[in-house]
Design a protein around this ligand. Structure first.
Ligand SMILES: [Zn+2]
Length: 175
């Protein structure tokens, strides 16, 4: 993974395109972006990385993104504060945010690939171009390796996210 916070940074930056959303929308956006890495607990159950429920397995799949997208859209649209976007649009948003996690992981240069089509097949995929330094699992960030990870995320994730967020805000101001 890129570090877990970088997943949330991308999602909240892209979320700037939405107008006046309730707090629950932002909570779910952050949860959806980070949730796939809940699978790191599988290591403590002795599940191997390459297994279906191993790291970057089922919780990084399209199937999981659809399920979480439905749950999040239901939760946010049943909130009385959120009059506005239809449940269908919210579903597309939250499924895309959850999916963005595995997609970003597939741009990292280490670990195993992503099981996009789990539970139907456990084949693991990467993109051919992988510029993002993989984040060490459970290791400190103040090691030379940790700093290299943060530097690569700054270039490939934080700067593009800031550009997305600023352009969304500029655009929204004019409309
Ligand atoms: Zn991940």
């Amino acid at each position: 993974m890129p570090t877990i916070f970088s997943h949330a940074v991308v999602a909240t930056a892209a979320g700037q395109w939405w107008r006046r959303m309730p707090a629950s929308f932002w909570w779910w956006t952050v949860i959806c972006a980070m949730l796939p890495d809940i699978d790191v607990i599988s290591f403590s159950f002795g599940i191997r990385y390459e297994d279906m429920f191993g790291h970057r397995g089922f919780t990084h799949s399209i199937f999981f993104a659809v399920v979480i997208g439905l749950i999040a859209a239901y939760q946010v649209s049943s909130n009385p504060e959120s009059r506005g976007p239809s449940p269908g649009r919210l579903f597309l948003w939250f499924a895309a945010v959850t999916m963005s996690h595995g997609v970003l992981d597939a741009f990292t240069n280490g670990g195993r690939g992503i099981a996009f089509f789990s539970p139907f097949t456990n084949d693991r995929y990467f993109f051919p171009w992988r510029p993002i330094q993989v984040s060490p699992i459970g290791a400190g960030f103040f090691s030379p390796r940790g700093l290299r990870v943060l530097a690569s995320e700054a270039v490939w994730i934080w700067v593009p996210s800031a550009i997305i967020a600023l352009s969304a805000r500029a655009f929204r101001k004019r409309t």
